[in-house]
Design a protein around this ligand. Structure first.
Ligand SMILES: C[S@@+](CC[C@H](N)C(=O)[O-])C[C@H]1O[C@@H](n2cnc3c(N)ncnc32)[C@H](O)[C@@H]1O
Length: 542
């Protein structure tokens, strides 16, 4: 039965409903909001209040119905936000983003909650498929993405595995240990390991022993440029499609300069590349974006929207750094500009684009490699089949220990969501994932449900001031982890109360960890209880 419009009675009902809601009686509140609406359906606030009440009670469909009962042209911001939340709770992330974006636009980006909800929804959309079947979840926090446990986990438990979105071997590693340029599998042959001179000097029997024990290695070079080697035709085809079709010097001659630069394989340009990553990884990102543009069926110049869609997988990687840094590596900027001005669809690489990508890689790159290389297989087989005698002895004598590691730098969608702590609770280890080198993340200690997972980005044997300076320089944040909180800088300041010591009377150091200094036993006791005990151990020193 339709009620007669009565604005005064409606306002009273809405008031009662809000009191009930604020005291936790949500069911009752919902009844009164409904009454208010029946008495005065023209008041938008009542619709928003009832939508919120339905959302709180997890009546998602009813909440959404309330939201769409108000025409979109007059729908208030609060309703766009509730609608966005409802859709997100129903797993409709793309639609939810549309609603939340609308809320943000209406407030010209000033509604912090709408922006936060939008990011949270986006994180769900990107990461829920990646964490399915694992005991972790990615959430949006004040530090951006972060990974949390969804159940209690035990020490040593595997948390998740990951494969790189894009990767490239570091230049010095590539010089020392050949590997599949696409998947990082070792392509080291017996001749590479023993050296041609030694190999030639060996007799037939010795060569036969090596040949029998060394696993068969077949390398498939790029048939056009011969600059890239792959472990299989499948890897070669994948690499071609993903990036090499734009970077092969036979097709794009300016790329030869990049290959020449990388082939030098020594620490160059003030150490900006080799120890961490090769500039090749940046070229592969841009090249892959071009492939994605082409896959969208673009004819002619791509639109802004098409570029955005092609760049989407790389948007998730945050990168911060000092602007103007590109001036320190002008040669590489020129090389990249020449390459991407010579592609079928041109990619404009100005200083800003170059720096942004550089920092994206620098802040997120994870080094990895195959846990087992051809040499390991050889050694196992050699020892299994070894017989006493001159020939085996001579081969054993010529072995010069492990070859240099295969080291790749890779961007991983999930692994790169791990934040840093100087007292990490997970280990990132090399592993075989889906038959190829990747990483596995294991708990280093028991972690409670809801606990955040932390890796470490730097050498944590350093003292606190050095650690924090490194992190600031390389990752642009000032570490506030438990360890940094309860360790001090030196004997001149009390780690607990901040009091300054007299020059001739420095404060005493914690006798166990030697990383905190106190002005008095009281300060030491307070610090111990507050949190020092959790991080007080004999940390390795370098
Ligand atoms: C590899 S990403 C880690 C995931 C990151 N939160 C994100 O959303 O991309 C590295 C960046 O995360 C942020 N970060 C990581 N650990 C942090 C910490 N302990 N405190 C503050 N920011 C941190 C820094 O901005 C850093 O450059």
């Amino acid at each position: 039965m339709e009620r007669e419009r009565d604005p005064t009675a409606a306002a009273m009902e809405a008031e009662v409903a809000q009191v009930l809601r604020d005291t936790g009686s949500h069911e009752k509140a919902l009844e009164h909001f409904t009454l208010a609406l029946e008495l005065d359906p023209g008041v938008l606030d009542y619709w928003a209040l009832r939508a919120q009440a339905n959302f709180t009670l997890k009546n998602y469909r009813e909440a959404f119905r309330d939201c769409i009962s108000v025409h979109k042209d007059i729908r208030p911001v609060a309703m766009w936000k509730i609608g966005g939340r409802v859709l997100s709770s129903l797993g409709q992330y793309v639609l939810s983003e549309v609603w939340l974006r609308r809320a943000s636009r209406l407030t010209e980006g000033n509604d912090y909650e709408a922006l936060l909800l939008f990011q949270q929804t986006r994180i769900h959309r990107f990461y829920d498929p990646l964490t399915e079947g694992t005991s972790v979840q990615v959430r949006f926090t004040k530090y951006g993405r972060a990974v949390f446990c969804t159940e209690d986990v035990a020490e040593g438990q595997e948390l998740f595995r990951d494969t790189p979105l894009v990767s490239s071997q570091t230049d010095d590693s590539a010089k020392a240990h050949p590997a599949c340029s696409h998947c990082a599998v070792s392509l080291l042959t017996a001749e590479d390991y023993f050296g041609m001179d030694t190999f030639r000097r060996m007799n037939k029997a010795q060569k036969a022993i090596i040949k029998k024990a060394w696993p068969k290695v077949t390398a498939y070079p790029c048939p056009h440029c011969k600059r890239e080697k792959y472990c299989s035709l499948e890897c070669r085809t994948h690499a071609w499609r993903q990036h090499h079709c734009h970077l092969c010097p036979s097709i794009n001659p300016p790329a030869a300069k990049l290959y020449d630069f990388c082939a030098k394989g020594t620490t160059q340009e003030k150490g900006m590349w080799n120890s961490m990553f090769s500039p090749m990884i940046m070229a592969r990102i841009w090249a892959n974006i071009l492939t994605r543009v082409k896959e969208l069926g673009v004819k002619g110049e791509p639109t802004k929207d098409q570029w955005a869609r092609a760049k989407e997988p790389y948007r998730r990687f945050l990168g911060f750094g000092v602007s103007g840094f590109v001036k320190q590596i002008p040669k590489m900027l020129k090389i990249m500009q020449a390459i991407f001005q010579n592609t079928e669809i041109k990619y404009k690489i100005d200083e800003l684009e170059f720096e942004r990508r550089y920092y994206q890689v620098a802040c997120n790159v994870q080094s990895f490699g195959p846990p087992c290389v051809t040499w390991h297989e050889f050694v196992a087989e050699f020892h299994r089949t070894a017989r006493p005698g001159e020939n085996h002895r001579r081969v054993a004598q010529e072995m010069r220990g492990e070859p240099k590691d295969v080291t790749f730098g890779g961007l991983y969608a999930l692994q790169s969501s791990l934040n840093h702590s100087c007292d990490k609770n997970v280990d990132v280890m090399d592993a075989v994932v889906d038959g190829k080198p990747g990483v596995v993340i294991r708990a280093k200690q028991p972690i409670k449900k809801g606990g955040e997972l932390y890796t470490t980005y730097i050498d944590t044997s350093m003292q606190r001031p050095q650690r924090r300076a490194w992190l600031y320089r390389a990752y642009h944040f000032w570490c506030e982890c438990q360890r940094c909180k309860y360790e001090g800088d030196d004997c001149s300041i009390c780690t607990q109360c901040g009091k300054k010591a007299r020059k001739d009377s420095p404060f005493s150091v914690c006798s166990r960890c030697h990383r905190a200094w106190y002005c008095s036993p009281q300060c030491q006791k307070v610090a111990w209880k507050a949190g020092h005990k959790k991080i007080c151990k004999a940390w390795p020193t370098n």
